[in-house]
Write a protein that binds this ligand. Structure first.
Ligand SMILES: *Cc1c(COP(=O)(O)O)cnc(C)c1O
Length: 416
């Protein structure tokens, strides 16, 4: 990707300033071409014929984007009945949806069973619950391979210090519960964590899940998990996870396993971020420029209610400035870019060298397509932004309206 996305044609037929004027500021802008390329890279990463990519829709479940992902041949994994509902809205059939649940109620589990969606449970207690609700049914379990990976403690989802998965030591108890409720174990899955750029931990976990898989002769699939990383730091020219390289190793492992197991079962991976992160730029507007003691602050309308990742995980997002004055001066200065929420932690980017900005300049926050809009909220009574899509023919269309004050009032009930 070229450094300035406007010059690279990211925004199609419109200028960023026209987009904020038309759809409101801030606004999430997606690029269809980039989304499709990521899907295709994933589909083509191995030669093994029964390899399914499940897009983990919690990263971004806008149904219009899901329609594109579906056209590219990816299936989906979901975390809740609400996500099952949205996947169906985008045209997914129940057999293309994999429900990976964590500490869910009986109602939620029943919703998935009635919808005909394969469910994976992640504790003995939830396996018991599943058996009571759907005796004689088919089920998958999530294993904890005993080690994790990820960019921040909060996104490491396996290992001894997390709530996820069933320990491989407990397979004996798993078998007892399966037998008691006459359940067929059709799948094993795992997810070790988010955003790794180095394949080693992932391959290690593949090895451990396949060791467990040998103990269950009737599996339909083994799911290795997601977490495929992209580089949020453009200046160090690091690349996203090398899929070709990982795919080569996986191919070898999958063919070898199929031979030992006696059958070519289905293997799956479930990336979220890799699919959507780079397909979006979040546009916002500079509303104030000020010096407070030693620091220069750029005040914007991108509070953490719009993009939560920096506040939640100290995440880094590259920022581009699209104002006309910027191109003329070419000067850079050290600034801290903040939002409009009444909390001092509301920082989008700390101590960055950026072109000098003025009020009304439009800025772009890169790689905002995963864990961006889905985590937005109405905190401080603010409206969640619109989402627009730059199609492959470069035309721009609205795929989610901006909230209105009526939406904000939505579910409240006034006292008589
Ligand atoms: C969040 C999640 C994913 C996707 O993680 P990414 O880092 O976005 O690839 C996959 N599987 C499960 C179970 C998850 O919870």
């Amino acid at each position: 990707m070229e450094h300035n996305l406007r010059e690279a044609g990211f925004f199609g037929t419109m200028e960023p300033e026209q987009m904020t004027a038309k759809y409101g500021s801030p606004v999430y802008v997606y690029n269809e071409g980039i989304l499709r390329s990521r899907c295709r890279e994933l589909k083509q990463m191995v030669t093994y014929p029964h390899f399914v990519i499940d897009y983990s829709i919690k990263a971004n479940f806008n149904p219009a984007l899901l329609q594109i992902v579906k056209e590219e041949g990816l299936e989906v994994d979901v975390m809740s009945p609400g996500e099952i509902y949205l996947a169906k809205m985008a045209g997914y059939e129940p057999n293309q949806i994999f429900y990976i649940c964590n500490n869910v109620s009986e109602e939620e589990m029943c919703y998935a069973i009635e919808a005909g969606v394969t469910t994976s449970v992640d504790s003995l207690s939830q396996l018991e619950q599943y058996g009571r609700l759907n005796p004689g049914g088919k089920v998958a379990i999530r294993l904890n391979p005993g080690h994790g990976a990820g960019h921040h403690q909060k996104v490491v989802t396996a290992g001894k210090e997390t709530k996820f998965g069933i320990d491989a030591e407990m397979l004996h108890e798993v078998k007892e519960i399966l037998a008691r409720h006459n359940l067929a174990l059709i799948g094993l899955n795992q997810h070790i964590g988010s955003l790794f750029l180095d394949k080693e931990q992932y391959l290690k976990s593949v090895d451990s899940i396949l060791n467990c898989a040998k103990e269950f002769p009737d599996l339909e699939f083994v799911d290795f998990g997601g977490g495929f990383g992209i580089s949020y730091h453009k200046e160090d020219k690091k690349k996203r996870l090398d899929l070709k390289d990982l795919g080569k190793e996986l191919d070898e492992i999958m063919y070898r396993f199929a031979e030992e197991y006696g059958r070519e079962i289905i293997f799956r991976a479930e990336p979220g971020r890799y699919v959507t992160a780079e397909s979006s730029v979040l546009l916002g507007t500079v509303t104030a420029v000020k010096n407070n003691h030693e620091n220069k602050y750029i005040g914007t309308d991108i509070g953490f209610n719009v993009l939560m990742r920096p506040v939640l995980y100290d995440s880094y997002h590259e920022i581009e400035v699209y104002g006309k004055s910027v191109e003329m001066s070419g000067k850079k200065e050290r600034v801290t870019v903040v939002g409009n929420i009444c909390e001092s932690g509301d920082i989008l980017a700390k101590d960055r060298m950026l072109p000098s900005m003025r009020e009304k300049d439009v800025i772009g926050v890169l790689d905002a397509g995963a864990y961006g809009h889905v985590m937005s909220s109405n905190y401080n009574g603010r409206l969640r932004p619109a989402e627009v899509l730059v199609k492959e023919d470069r035309e721009v269309c609205l795929i989610r309206k901006r909230d209105t004050f009526e939406d904000l009032a939505g579910n409240y009930v006034l006292l008589p």
